[in-house]
Design a protein around this ligand. Structure first.
Ligand code: ADP
Length: 495
């Protein structure tokens, strides 16, 4: 009998990828294509929405051809995507009225500042959407398109416009304009969705002047959304989740208190907080993890803006290393305890400090400080910043971390992972498949068609390496206290 496959479409910020999984959850093929980033003005980041779709489709066909797999053997498709990025298009022609406005785009900062001046609105947004007012989320990006793109206004009045995050845009195109839908996890990143009531929030819609007719239907993350047809083949699209939530699922963090940390350019930490939303007192975001089995799971989310980017700075800015992975070797050359601290607050500090005026700083330099100390301290800063967020999550959720599941490019660094385990005093588990995002989307699609159950996913999960804490309490406490001192001195610099 021919092998059966599930396809994950992983549409990221810089590339579209398609990953082919077999029925045991093993990766059988990957195809990737970069997408162009457009920077029309300082702080503006756009992408061509048509290119996003076409590059995704191209990688889908490529992965099939390169691995000699027939569409007849593909049982289902799952989608995972860069979140918050906003596409608005004409529902009759399928033509976007403007480029996709990418999550990093800050053109609506001024509007957000005005909105933030209204204290009641801040509380309303936090308690109903789980978010903080920020240009990052889709709401003000949609408003910007409606207010500034000449043809958008007329089309909107005629009810001819549709909005979607990237999942919705892909789904609509893959189903030839038949299905306009999204999942809970993506809806919860728009700043328009009421995460407790599970419906579009009418107050937010009227405040943002967004007509409800533009918005997609919101469905569970594991759900038969519609079908992709190619030649005579009909393949059901059965999973959708935003990238970080998909990674939480791919890491099998199904229970309350389980946390995954993705060490990429930035670090993204998500904690499963169970069936009720937990609202943060530390500036963390509350978000929907996924909808499955007739219920919704919530998560707390925090991010470190500069993580792997600090390693890139060692490589490209300071030219201390040739490759990011070399940082491990150099850090290990320092045998004594840490005395140097790097606070990589290059663009301010996020949760739980929230100080946009903090700047990158180096402390504790003495005459014998050399390159290796700087590299070691920079790696350690990723672990300290992650601990800052985990402590905030523990406080908000009143749940204690038992183990940390890791993925992302920089989790390959053994020095960093051991230090992370030591400074947290918790086990760190590096999964065998670190493509957690795509795996999560594949699992969601596979569950819907009855190919997998949650128990299979737990049983399938293989740990490639486990890092056990081995640092004495006294030392850990001293190191972390010194880190906090370093952070406090880096704050309020650019005032
Ligand atoms: P993204 O998805 O954000 O592009 P990736 O998950 O591909 O990020 O990870 C790449 C980031 O991780 C880069 O910033 C790079 O500097 C860092 N990185 C990759 N490998 C290592 C390593 N072995 N040690 C430390 N940092 C690394």
């Amino acid at each position: 009998m021919a092998k059966k496959y599930i396809i994950a479409l992983d549409q990221g910020t810089t590339s579209s990828r398609t990953i082919l999984f077999d029925d045991s959850g093993k990766i059988c093929g990957i195809s990737q294509k970069e997408t162009e980033q457009i920077y029309p003005k300082h702080g503006w980041v756009e992408q061509n929405a048509v290119e996003i779709y076409q590059s995704q489709l191209e990688t889908l066909h490529n992965v099939m051809r390169e691995n000699d797999v027939d569409f007849a053997d593909v049982l289902s498709i799952g989608i995972t995507n860069q979140r918050e990025t906003t596409v608005v298009w004409n529902k009759h022609t399928g033509e976007p009225v403007y480029n996709a406005i990418v999550w990093q785009d800050v053109r609506t900062t001024k509007l957000c500042k005005e909105l933030k001046a209204d204290e009641q609105l801040n509380d309303y947004v936090r308690n109903n959407t789980g978010l903080v007012i920020d240009s990052y989320f889709s709401a003000t990006k949609i408003k910007w398109i409606l207010d500034n793109v000449p043809k958008a206004k007329g089309l909107s009045e005629k009810g001819s416009l549709l909005f979607g995050t990237v999942d919705t845009w892909l789904l609509w195109n893959l189903t030839k304009g038949q299905v306009h839908a999204t999942d809970y996890s993506n809806a919860s990143r728009t700043m328009l969705y009421n995460i407790s009531e599970l419906e579009w929030d009418s107050n937010m819609l009227s405040r943002m002047n967004v007509p409800e007719s533009m918005l997609p239907e919101v469905k569970p993350s594991s759900f038969h959304y519609g079908d992709f047809t190619f030649d005579d083949y009909v393949i059901p699209i059965c999973g959708i989740a935003g990238d970080q939530q998909a990674a939480l699922f791919g890491q099998a963090c199904f229970n309350k208190g389980e946390i995954k940390n993705t060490y990429g350019t930035g670090c993204f930490l998500l904690m499963n907080t169970g069936k009720k939303p937990k609202f943060s007192n530390n500036g963390l975001l509350t978000t929907i993890a996924w909808g499955l089995d007739g219920e919704v799971q919530y998560a707390l989310e925090g991010s470190v803006f500069i993580a792997g980017a600090a390693i890139q700075w060692l490589r490209d800015g300071l030219q201390l290393i040739d490759h990011a992975k070399d940082s491990e070797y150099f850090a290990k050359q320092v045998k004594e305890d840490s005395s140097v601290y790097v606070v990589p607050a290059f663009s301010g500090l996020g949760a739980p400090y929230w100080d946009m005026d903090a700047r990158g700083s180096i402390f504790g330099i003495t005459r014998d400080t050399g390159k290796n100390h700087l590299i070691k301290a920079t790696l350690e800063s990723l672990a300290y910043r992650s601990k800052d967020l985990i402590l905030a999550m523990e406080e908000d959720s009143e749940v204690k971390l038992t183990s940390l599941k890791v993925d992302g490019g920089a989790c390959a660094n053994n020095y960093l992972m051991q230090f992370q385990a030591d400074i947290l005093d918790t086990r760190v588990e590096r999964a065998e498949i670190i493509e957690s995002t795509a795996l999560g989307a594949a699992y969601l699609a596979g569950i819907q068609i009855g190919m997998w159950k949650k128990e299979d996913i737990l049983n399938n999960r293989k740990i490639q390496k486990e890092f056990k804490p081995s640092m004495e309490d006294e030392k850990r406490n001293k190191l972390y206290a010194t880190w906090k001192k370093a952070v406090s001195r880096s704050m309020n610099w650019d005032d």
